[in-house]
Design a protein around this ligand. Structure first.
Ligand code: ATP
Length: 228
């Protein structure tokens, strides 16, 4: 079953068009990657899904229901959990408090987050502002999980993090997948996505130009769309 479906979505910042036809879908239990070079519209796509940028045309369905045009807090309540770019934990709250603020009943409890990220458990009473970048990302993921989302959405899962931390994050995403969690993840590193992502979509100038398994991204397509 499709959890999330975008069809020919277009959106604007003021008069300036940013999305020209984004189509993608995520099925239950899948890990789907959204890729593309800088400025191609990945973050705008995420913001449009969450109602933070308005879709001017096209459709966005979550669990079969049209959500384009709905308010951001309603969309979140339907079961979409966002780990935004830049992490955005509450700096003056502790790790445990950050995990408590958005929590909703479900299988993802604080204890289960601590099992997934033992580093957070050791730092549960530390202020979020004192965490490393990688730990803040783990906290941001943990916080989104405690809302017990049907679909977890990560914008730039590992950008700017040290290789060893990136590995920890991908390992955690692999465990989430094994536990049946559906995930949409924005990332640029194909080699890291390959073992985890079932399918990927590539954006070029605000439009979907590739859809398929990551292994389908031939060196030629990688050259053309990912600029490696
Ligand atoms: P990156 O990997 O650098 O984050 P991206 O693929 O996420 O890139 P977007 O941030 O979605 O790309 O940007 C898509 C287009 O929209 C770009 O041309 C960008 O300049 C433009 N854009 C993004 N945010 C705004 C904004 N707040 N106001 C106006 N234009 C914007």
């Amino acid at each position: 079953m499709s959890l999330l479906e975008l069809e020919q979505v277009e959106s604007f910042y003021g008069a300036s068009q940013a999305l020209f036809g984004v189509s993608l879908d995520v099925k239950e239990g899948e890990v789907v990657a959204l890729m593309g070079r800088n400025g191609m519209g990945k973050t705008t796509t995420i913001r449009t899904i969450f109602g933070l940028v308005r879709a001017r045309s096209g459709s966005i369905r979550f669990l079969g229901q049209e959500i384009a045009g709905q308010r951001a807090h309603r969309i979140a309540r339907l079961g979409l959990g966002l780990v935004p770019e830049g992490r955005r934990c509450f700096p003056n709250l502790t790790v445990a408090e950050n995990l408590a603020v958005a929590a909703r009943a479900g299988t993802w409890t604080q204890g289960r987050v601590f099992d997934l990220f033992p580093r957070l458990s050791e730092r549960r009473d530390q202020y979020a502002s004192t965490l490393s970048g990688g730990e803040q990302q783990m906290l941001a993921i943990g916080r989104a999980l405690t809302t017990n989302p049907r679909l977890l959405v990560l914008d730039e899962a590992t950008e700017g993090l040290a290789p060893v931390i990136r590995r920890d994050i991908w390992e955690a995403l692999g465990k989430l997948k094994a536990a049946g969690q559906s995930i949409l993840v924005v990332d640029k590193t194909l080699s890291e996505l390959l073992p985890v992502a079932d399918r990927c979509f590539v954006l070029e100038k605000g439009a979907t130009v590739f859809a398929g398994p990551p292994a389908g991204l031939t060196p030629d397509l990688q050259d053309r769309y990912l600029g490696v």
